[in-house]
Design a protein around this ligand. Structure first.
Ligand code: KG4
Length: 345
């Protein structure tokens, strides 16, 4: 592709507690800068008001760094893609307003991005000098994060359908809430993962939901975990400390079993064997191993993205922006963010 026709997309992500900016050129990653927010650790969860303030502080330096690292100039950007939703409204407002300012200053058109769609399309990010083996359509995506647990049927880049989703808590919430009860820091998922490696996954049994179709539920597990601890603590006040690794291993196994049961059911019923995973919880080593084992047994082609592209990042926003740019899908200055947003948008 000659220089005049290069497609340079600047992606902006600010839906929760990570401020991120990325530049993608013709589908190839040039930069992906992410600024996390430590301020929430003291509260054991994301505080929306503090998240928006931190985004406001971070957004200019993060974009500046992304543009510099990509060795481009703001006026070279073909279009600016920003997360319009779903997410925390105050956080989304920062990215949306920044996109408008950038668009006015440079003339680059704006592209709205659905954060969930972007998680799915993270599989298509290309990196120079790296192998590239993206999933083939149609495929299933298990999207598991702090806010979502869904099974998505992906028919094309911009044609997706949620065929199953949680009716209460997300898988990440189940990890984080149970971790909190054990006194682990926030977010607890990675700590549970680490401790689980030294524990016995069959030491404790926690309840699994019985709900129809491809939907998930994690609130029953949370309650069952809480009651088990309460009963044991009556007998032994050091129970959590003494059995932490076993508790983590058993909790993790239960969450993985719940996730895989419905994914296997969806693969069977749709006849699709091209399977992908996305979202922060896909960093879990137990889940990754279970997916690889299941894929080998069931002859699935399994796609697990690089860790950096599983959690919230702007590279996936820019990548989705690239496909929307090719279809000429732009949005005007009157765009407002949405806390909730259907995956089809
Ligand atoms: O996609 P993500 O970065 O953003 C939100 O949805 O907010 O996902 C964050 C979630 C948190 O619940 C975190 O505990 C979980 O992903 N997580 C993990 C691991 N790494 C992150 N859960 C289990 N094991 C991990 N290794």
């Amino acid at each position: 592709m000659d220089k005049e026709r290069d497609i340079l997309i600047l992606g902006i992500e600010s839906s929760c507690d990570d401020t991120s900016a990325s530049v993608i050129k013709n589908g190839f990653l040039l930069s992906n800068i992410i600024a996390g927010q430590k301020v929430h650790e003291a509260y054991g969860g994301v505080v929306p008001e503090l998240a928006s303030r931190a985004h406001q502080q971070n957004i200019i330096p993060v974009v500046d760094q992304a543009i510099k690292q990509a060795v481009v100039k703001p006026e070279d950007i073909t279009a600016i893609a920003f997360t319009r939703g779903p997410g925390l409204l105050g956080s989304l407002l920062v990215g949306t307003s920044f996109a408008k300012g950038f668009s006015l200053a440079t003339g680059a058109p704006m592209i709205e991005i659905n954060h969930l769609q972007a998680h799915v399309l993270a599989h298509f990010i290309q990196e120079y000098d790296q192998p590239y083996d993206p999933p083939k359509f149609p495929f299933l995506c298990l999207l598991v994060s702090g806010g979502n647990s869904q099974i998505i049927l992906v028919k094309d880049y911009l044609d997706m359908e949620v065929i199953g989703q949680t009716i209460d808590d997300a898988a990440g919430e189940a990890f984080d809430k149970c971790a909190k009860v054990m006194g682990l820091p926030y977010p607890g998922g990675p700590f549970v993962d680490k401790l689980a490696k030294e524990g016995n996954p069959d030491a404790f049994k926690f309840s699994k939901p019985r709900i129809p179709n491809f939907d998930y539920s994690f609130s029953g597990l949370k309650t069952s975990f809480l009651y088990a601890l309460r009963d044991q603590l009556k007998e032994n006040e050091n129970f959590i400390e003494e059995r932490k690794a076993d508790l983590c291993a058993s909790l993790q196994k239960t969450i993985i079993d719940i996730l895989l049961d419905k994914l296997i059911k969806a693969a069977k019923e749709t006849g699709i064997r091209e399977i992908t995973v996305a979202g922060g919880v896909s960093a879990n080593s137990g889940l990754r191993n279970a997916l690889i084992e299941t894929a080998a047994k069931r002859h699935w082609k399994m796609h697990i993205p690089k860790f950096a592209f599983t959690t919230d990042n702007a590279a996936m926003i820019a990548m989705t922006g690239h496909y929307k740019y090719l279809k000429g899908e732009f949005i005007g200055m009157d765009a407002v963010p949405f806390a909730r947003m259907d995956i089809r948008v």
